[in-house]
Design a protein around this ligand. Structure first.
Ligand code: PHB
Length: 390
């Protein structure tokens, strides 16, 4: 049996769920499917920083009010190199801020809000293919939790199924995308300890990069640069703390039991096409960024704000021009975020074969940012996020 809806959304991550929410507010129906269970979606640990514009969209649209009460407003970050910390003061430079509010909390809020509003979200439903892409009746072919075949026909299919989903392939075909790999990854830990600092510390040291982030008063998230093929179980807790501490000279880390460890490989990617016929890509399905700039989820939200407008024009007014213009408009921000994420990554990490020249040049670059009012403002503007198309 073929079901029908206005917008079929593949993927119940931040992009897919927020899109269904914004469409519903405009009176547009959607069905959201995701291969994962609700529990998997709500418990997978991902990034933690929300741009000011992301927070405004979530709170003003009624998608999450907990972000303001439970999340923590951060008015700066610290860049550390040569053993010294340099604060980038967001409030003083650009009058903006970011919020520390973990992505899985955003997802819990979004799932709860969508289910309370009667949204059709199908967990455990795997998209197998997108068909009739170039027609105005594209179809998602999927398999349900008990192996049943599901077919959803829509005016528009939105691919919000991440970098390994099937929609990317349906849109880009063999073309793929622009792509860059890095010779390092992040070793991430979650530990039970109080915060080691008031704000996030991005640290460049001769031994490599480290990021001291947070989750709550009792749980912390920290990362250090490692080999992409590192085995997360290879190190004892003592070794992990020693490696982290060595990379953040000048701050004594508060240690505690480490209850999760993972290796995050990273890459930069932008799909060659974001729209084909009536199938459109958003979020990680369209692009991925290395995590150093904290842009992943924020970029997904920016895509969705723009796409929700385009779909309102198409489905409420019969105007397809905003959808046709979506790729070009979205790509302006996507490439700015790609640049920022690449820049933060290359400025702070140590490439495995770095020469003395490379090391000294890197410190020169860091100095040119932190010692300049304009350098600090540039970083603050990008980190807190460019204004959204609203
Ligand atoms: C995190 O807390 O997981 C986090 C924070 C900032 C980043 C990346 C990850 O740039």
């Amino acid at each position: 049996m073929t079901e029908r809806t206005q917008v079929a959304i593949v993927g119940a991550g931040p992009a897919g769920l927020l899109l269904s929410h914004l469409l519903d507010r405009a009176g547009i129906a959607s069905i959201v499917i995701d291969a994962r269970t609700r529990e998997e979606i709500e418990t997978t640990i991902r990034a933690g920083i929300l741009e000011q514009g992301t927070v405004e969209v979530l709170s003003e649209s009624g998608a999450s009010d907990r972000v303001l009460s439970v999340g923590h407003r951060h008015e700066g970050i610290e860049l550390r190199f040569e053993g010294e910390g340099h604060r980038i003061d967001f409030a003083a430079t650009v009058g903006r801020a970011v919020w520390l509010y973990p992505q899985h909390e955003v997802l819990k809020d979004l799932v709860a809000a969508r289910l309370a509003a009667g949204q059709d979200i199908r967990f455990g439903v795997t998209a197998d293919a997108v068909d009739d892409v170039e027609t105005d009746r594209p179809r998602v072919l999927a398999t349900g939790p008990d192996g049943e075949r599901i077919e959803i026909e829509a005016d528009v299919v939105v691919g919000a199924d991440g970098s390994r989903g099937v929609t990317r392939q349906a849109v880009t075909g063999a073309h793929g995308g622009y792509f860059r790999e890095y010779p390092f990854a992040w070793f991430g830990i979650l530990c039970e300890a109080p915060p080691s600092a008031d704000e996030l510390i991005y640290s460049n040291s001769p031994a490599g990069f480290a990021l001291i982030s947070q989750r709550s008063a009792t749980v912390q998230r920290m990362y250090f640069q490692c080999d992409p093929d590192e085995d997360p179980e290879r190190f004892s807790e003592r070794e992990l703390w020693d490696m982290l501490q060595e990379r953040v000279p000048g701050t004594t880390l508060h240690e505690g039991p480490i209850f999760q460890r993972d290796v995050l490989r990273f890459r930069s990617f932008v799909a060659h096409r974001l729209l084909r016929g009536r199938v459109v890509l958003v979020g990680d399905a369209a692009h991925t960024v290395p995590p150093t700039g904290a842009k992943g989820m924020n970029l997904a939200v920016a895509d969705v704000v723009l796409l929700a407008d385009a779909l309102r024009a198409l489905l409420l007014e019969g105007d397809d021009r905003p959808l046709e213009a979506f790729p070009e408009r979205a790509l302006e921000r996507i490439w700015k975020a790609q640049h920022f994420s690449w820049w933060m990554t290359s400025m702070l990490h140590v490439v495995p074969d770095a020469s003395d020249f490379d090391r000294r040049r890197q410190v020169g670059e860091l100095r040119s940012v932190v010692e300049s009012e304009h350098g600090r403002a540039y970083l603050a503007e990008a980190y807190t996020g460019w204004s959204l198309a609203r």
